[in-house]
Design a protein around this ligand. Structure first.
Ligand code: ZN
Length: 175
């Protein structure tokens, strides 16, 4: 299996703004954006650090894995994600080594990227995510821009639907 780099380290927090007080303000990392990720029932703040990223994750429901993690263990590192060249090959190699997998086959994440988790039981206590970059990353960015437009709009006062549609259209023209 070929590991290319650490893609991100996900840190569960109780409050994004408070966490940014350390990670962005004191430590000096740049905040690229904050995103609502309904897939993961979380709000995520992305802080790029060279070839990798720190992701601050705040659960938005009580029932997700991240929410249960926070309740049980408190804030802290939730998982480390490695980019691999070929995720299917990586999973089959791990299976051969009797490594306990959470996902036997890759899940399709936002924008079509492939991800799978390895159980902490087999990793000496760390939840490990594998990630294979796909050609759909640009679509992912577009979807992100659309969601951002949606959030800005629905976060404000109620607007006429026609106005909403108009503005969403603008959002989708963005990158
Ligand atoms: Zn992750």
């Amino acid at each position: 299996m070929k590991i290319k780099r650490i893609d991100h380290i996900a840190i569960v927090v109780e409050d994004i703004d408070q966490a940014l007080g350390f990670w962005r303000d004191a430590l000096g990392l740049d905040l690229s954006h904050v995103e609502d990720v309904p897939d993961q029932q979380s709000i995520v703040a992305f802080l790029p650090t060279g070839e990798s990223e720190v992701e601050l994750v705040k659960p938005t429901t009580d029932s997700s894995g991240v929410a249960r993690f926070l309740e049980k263990r408190g804030p802290g590192i939730h998982h480390i994600c490695f980019e691999v060249e070929d995720i299917e090959a990586a999973l089959s190699s791990l299976r051969q080594d009797n490594i306990r997998l959470i996902n036997e086959t890759p899940m399709i994440g936002t924008g079509g990227k492939k991800i799978a988790f390895i159980h902490p039981e087999s990793t000496h206590g760390v939840l490990v995510e594998l990630y294979e970059l796909t050609g759909q990353e640009p679509e992912m960015r577009l979807a992100r821009a659309r969601r951002l437009a949606d959030r800005v709009l629905t976060g404000g006062q109620t607007m006429a639907n026609s106005a909403l549609e108009f503005l969403r259209g603008l959002g989708s023209n963005g990158r």
